[in-house]
Design a protein around this ligand. Structure first.
Ligand SMILES: Cc1cc2nc3c(=O)[nH]c(=O)nc-3n(C[C@H](O)[C@H](O)[C@H](O)COP(=O)(O)OP(=O)(O)OC[C@H]3O[C@@H](n4cnc5c(N)ncnc54)[C@H](O)[C@@H]3O)c2cc1C
Length: 310
């Protein structure tokens, strides 16, 4: 446990409470906060998502509970970012609650369709190139009943995407697959029949916004739409996989924290997820998480060192 001693925007010391009951005080001339977001704090997530947050899976460490972020905000640091916004992808529903890591993520959405527990499609699976859209699927699944969805595809595309830790669930018929997923067989058959009937002729190319699209169904699949008709039929059950939250400490160009009165802190800096909201309002493009950590880590480190020497 850490307690930060901050007065008038100036970091003075950190109290480290030892598990055995002791206490250690650490004094430093500057502080760089890089303790992640609050994605692992389900109770905090529930403030914005309600009970749905119980069904979220956290892709990384269980220790990013936002304790340092909360302390900094309580002690006068200005916050930035929408607390409901986060990087959230569709990960396998069979993944562990925490730390499932990269191998539980499913990149197969563009090769099939996605249905909710009523076997209904709810979003354009082919809206844009995957690195620009993969991080919307966690939020989309979070908005579905019971926060569960199923990526459905057929045997023709199984080698088109990165394999994941969990094998797909297979059925020789749509009805058999529906049974294994505990979906209404008639409803899934209708969704797939309607989808197949809406698919227009085109030339498939998943590296561009191709002309394979549907016509006459809602939601449309605007690219990479191909019929699902070659058994075995396959599915991945998915849940929202929260990578990191965007609410953070406001910083200036030097990565120096700004206080609620608008003044820069005397000696506190931040880098990484804990200040992600300065860069990310909503949405995501691949690679920005590591970029925020490394770019602002370097800036905060440089500026903190400069500050300490003065
Ligand atoms: C599964 C997964 C895949 C990802 N894939 C990508 C990708 O492909 N590309 C990309 O750009 N980004 C990716 N990211 C995001 C990227 O990894 C993170 O944005 C980045 O690592 C964040 O760095 P950070 O230093 O801010 O936080 P972290 O690396 O999470 O470090 C925070 C540290 O603070 C510690 N901590 C928290 N609270 C306390 C406390 N109270 N006291 C002491 N220590 C504490 C935590 O234990 C942790 O070690 C991925 C993240 C995950 C989880």
């Amino acid at each position: 446990m850490i307690d930060l001693n901050i007065e008038h925007g100036m970091f003075l010391s950190a109290q480290l409470k030892q598990p055995v009951g002791g206490r250690t005080e650490v004094r430093a001339s500057t502080l760089v906060a890089a303790a992640g977001g609050f994605e692992a704090n389900i109770e905090w997530l529930k403030q914005y998502w309600g009970e749905a947050a119980d069904n979220f899976l956290i892709r990384g460490t269980p220790y990013n509970r936002g304790a340092i972020l909360k302390m900094l905000l309580a002690k006068g640091v200005q916050e930035i970012g929408d607390p409901t916004q986060c990087h959230a992808v569709a990960i396998d529903a069979r993944a562990p609650k925490f730390d499932g890591g990269i191998i539980t993520r499913h990149d197969s959405v563009v090769f099939g369709i996605v249905v909710n527990k009523h076997a209904e499609r709810f979003y354009d699976e082919g809206e844009d190139i995957w690195p620009k859209r993969y991080a919307i699927w966690g939020r989309l699944v979070a908005a579905q009943p019971d926060q569960i969805a199923y990526i459905i595809f057929d045997s023709t595309v199984v080698t088109s995407f990165m394999p994941t830790l969990f094998p797909p669930i297979a059925g020789a018929t749509i009805a058999e697959l529906a049974g294994k997923l505990e979906l209404d067989a008639g409803a899934l058959e209708k969704t797939i029949t309607d989808f197949n009937a809406a698919v227009q002729p085109g030339t498939f190319d998943h590296t561009i916004l191709d002309d394979c699209r549907t016509e006459g169904i809602t939601p449309a699949k605007t690219h990479w739409a191909r019929k699902i008709e070659t058994p075995p039929y396959l599915a991945y059950p998915v849940r929202p996989g929260i990578t990191f939250t965007y609410l953070g400490t406001r910083v200036n160009k030097q990565s120096r924290m700004l206080m609620k009165d608008g003044k820069p802190s005397a000696n506190m800096f931040a880098a990484g997820e804990i200040m992600a909201g300065n860069v990310l309002g909503k949405g995501y493009a691949a690679g920005i998480g590591m970029t925020i950590g490394s770019v602002f880590g370097r800036v905060a480190g440089r500026e903190a060192a400069k500050n300490a020497r003065n």
